[in-house]
Design a protein around this ligand. Structure first.
Ligand code: ZN
Length: 314
């Protein structure tokens, strides 16, 4: 009797799966023809066909300079979480849930937001870089990877509650470029081997979030627009901050992400886990402007002074 029940339950699950299908990236279509890839995500959630979707291509010639976009203020970004971090392969990306909640505010954000998790998107790494995997692009150019630090409104207890409001989330997006080795990523990267398959997770020593980002004085230049989550349910109510300054990883470090798989052993390698860019429609992308770093400003001032002095002496 129990067996029969179990069999029926399995059949039901299989049937539901076949009809609805779960969402996936384009690279998974071969292995799972039933799964819903980005052009079909609207069958999973209505939001995905909304008119304020992410990611977008940022056309720098069309961005609107906004003097109110001052530098953001980061609270607790330089503090190490007291608990360990759980690094997880959730079948779409590698994700770290944060227990302590560093906060971000200012920078034109309407309220304070607290960080709840971060994850990454990538393409097909290797030498030379074959498919760049960032989600946003600048003038049509994509970077190898993109890091998303997901924040929810300070007054919401979790993502589900935050999504009940119209401005529930704020995501800080950082491009990742191929460059020097980044030792701050070493611990995280060495653990990827342990979470090769969907549902696997591992504990790692927490890091200050700031150690994974460019130096704070480099974060004054950013783009801002209103968009959505870049995977189903595609919730629309996300304030995006896309920083100009990328994080650097070297080519070997970039290539470690393709050791992951979307499902179990022998399943498709987890590559190209990004959503293609979405129409901007009537939205504006704001730009914080060319706020100069202090040393550069000083140098210019010095140059101007010496010019002025030399013209006086002649
Ligand atoms: Zn993301």
């Amino acid at each position: 009797m129990e067996l029969l029940f179990l069999a029926l339950l399995c059949l039901h699950i299989l049937k539901t799966e076949a009809v609805v299908g779960h969402w996936c990236y384009r690279t998974q279509k071969c292995e799972q023809p039933q799964c819903k890839d980005p052009p079909q995500w609207h069958q999973v959630s209505d939001w995905c066909k909304g008119n304020r979707q992410s990611p977008v291509n940022i056309v720098t010639r069309n961005v609107v300079y906004d003097k109110n976009l001052k530098a953001l203020t980061f609270e607790g970004y330089d503090v190490k979480d007291s608990a360990k971090w759980t690094l997880e392969n959730n079948g779409h990306t590698v994700k770290v849930a944060l227990s302590a909640s560093p906060k971000v505010g200012g920078g034109g954000l309407k309220r304070k937001y607290k960080a709840v998790e971060f994850h990454l998107h990538w393409g097909v790494p290797g030498e030379p870089q074959t498919v760049p995997g960032s989600e946003h692009s600048i003038d049509g150019q994509k970077y190898p990877m993109e890091l998303h630090v997901v924040h929810i409104r300070e007054d919401a207890s979790d993502v589900t509650e935050a999504k009940k409001t119209t401005d529930g989330l704020a995501v800080l997006a950082f491009f990742i470029e191929a460059g020097k080795e980044n030792k701050n990523y070493a611990t995280l990267l060495s653990e990827l081997e342990k979470i090769k398959y969907r549902g696997k997770s591992t504990q790692v020593n927490a890091l200050p979030l700031s150690s994974l980002l460019p130096a704070e004085e480099e974060l004054g230049r950013f783009y801002r627009y209103e968009g959505s989550l870049t995977s189903p349910d595609c919730y629309q109510g996300v304030t995006w901050t896309v920083f100009e300054k990328p994080v650097e990883l070297n080519v070997t470090q970039l290539s470690l992400f393709s050791a992951l798989h979307f499902e179990g052993p022998n399943s498709t390698a987890m590559t190209e886990n990004f959503r293609p860019v979405q129409p901007l429609n009537d939205r504006e992308v704001l730009w914080s402007g060319s706020a100069m770093a202090l040393p550069e400003a000083k140098l210019l001032l010095l140059l101007a002074l010496s010019c002025a002095l030399s013209s006086v002496s002649h």
